[in-house]
Design a binder for this molecule. Structure first.
Ligand SMILES: Cc1ncc(COP(=O)(O)O)c(C=O)c1O
Length: 360
């Protein structure tokens, strides 16, 4: 990541946006938050509600869909912990299904095997910026009467052959954490809903279960997106698609420079648009590659080195090593290589040469 290079050209606009919020004195649930909700809502043609972060977005989404104690929610083991944590936080049980080795997203055939009479919802993640197979997952949900929440924290702008993500499920959630492909300058999140009714419930839940701070109808949260963040994110929104295109271009350079000769490179499902929030390649020599890159001053990172079903916090769920072999293989071989909109072909060439030398 190179956050400074990405923001540099927009610094004046960001500074002006911050000044305007400070001058307005409207910091929480003010005009900037509402404007961002309207702009995201217009893009996705669904009502949107800002919240404090992507984790709260998931918790509030689950609550808004009445997922509670005793319910099972099927999700992926190959994700950031917040996805599974949110399910546990509402008292439900995360049920992990294995992923597809090509896209790293949930495999619908594995999901189907996990459906029981207690299953209440599916929680696919558009992991690393690749869209989950929403068509097949929505068919499964329809056949079994399940709710669907899309964890879109890593994938604003990604698309399946049937349309942009966050437009399929009952609810989709975003994170504006500063390293995300659609970032803010702090914590922030957004919940996008299929109906106005759900969006109203989300707005109540984010505000202590109240519409007016006088009457409290349910136990909620204090989880709002503040106006300073919203104003900054609004500066970035017009640049998002361009940033996503540049990420995809950088991914194509990894292919052109011959990375596939040294590592398993991330593939894209047919007709899908991947926005490469992270560029995850795989190798059984991952640790040697990491060391070689570090020696050259190149950052790389292991994401989700322990898949969720093997995390100590979920030991009580009874999973063992070998239960979800593809997720386990991805966890032990995946390495995120440099990826950001300001990467140059020369940068990519340097990374690939270093990797080639490390594995030869
Ligand atoms: C897949 C996924 N879900 C949820 C979250 C949680 O978002 P946040 O960090 O904004 O709470 C993240 C971000 O780290 C994420 O990557």
């Amino acid at each position: 990541m190179n956050i400074q290079a990405q923001y540099g050209p927009l610094r004046d606009q960001v500074d002006a946006a911050i000044k305007s919020v400070v001058d307005s004195g409207r910091f929480i649930l003010g005009p900037e938050g509402k404007a961002l909700e309207a702009e995201v809502g217009e893009r996705l043609d669904r009502p949107a509600a800002g919240v404090a972060n992507g984790t709260d977005a998931l918790v509030i989404a689950l609550r808004a869909l009445d997922v509670a104690e005793g319910d099972e929610v099927i999700t992926t083991p190959y994700t950031f912990y917040a996805t599974a944590e949110a399910i546990a936080r509402v008292g439900a049980v995360p049920v992990f299904a294995d992923v597809d080795p090509v896209t790293y997203c949930l495999d619908p055939a594995e999901v189907e095997k996990k459906i029981t009479s207690a299953t209440k919802a599916l929680l696919p993640v558009h992991i690393f910026g690749h869209p989950a197979p929403m068509g097949e997952l929505m068919d499964l949900a329809g056949a079994h009467g399940l709710k669907v929440i899309e964890d879109a924290a890593q994938a604003f702008g990604a698309a399946t052959p049937d349309g942009e993500i966050a437009t399929f499920g009952d609810i989709a959630t975003f994170s504006f954490f500063p390293t995300k492909n659609f970032p803010g300058f702090g914590d922030g999140g957004m919940v996008v809903c299929a109906t106005e009714e759900l969006a109203e419930r989300v707005k109540r839940l984010r505000f202590h279960g109240s519409e007016d701070k006088v009457v409290f109808t349910e136990v909620g949260y204090n989880s709002r997106l503040d106006d300073l963040q919203a104003a900054i994110i609004r500066v970035f929104l017009p640049h998002l698609d361009d940033w996503n295109v540049k990420r995809a271009e950088a991914a194509s350079w990894y292919a052109d420079e011959g990375l596939a000769e040294h590592m398993v490179v991330p593939a894209v499902g047919e007709g899908c648009s991947h926005i490469y929030h992270l560029y995850m390649a795989r190798s059984t020599k991952r640790d040697a590659i990491r060391d070689a890159l570090r020696e050259q001053g190149v950052s790389s990172a292991v994401y989700y080195g322990i898949p969720m079903h093997l995390q100590p916090v979920f030991a009580g769920l009874g999973y063992s090593e070998g239960d979800l072999p593809i997720a386990e293989e991805c966890a032990s071989t995946g390495l995120a290589l440099p990826m950001h909109p300001n990467l140059t072909r020369e940068d990519v060439g340097t990374v690939v040469s270093a990797i080639g030398a490390a594995v030869s």
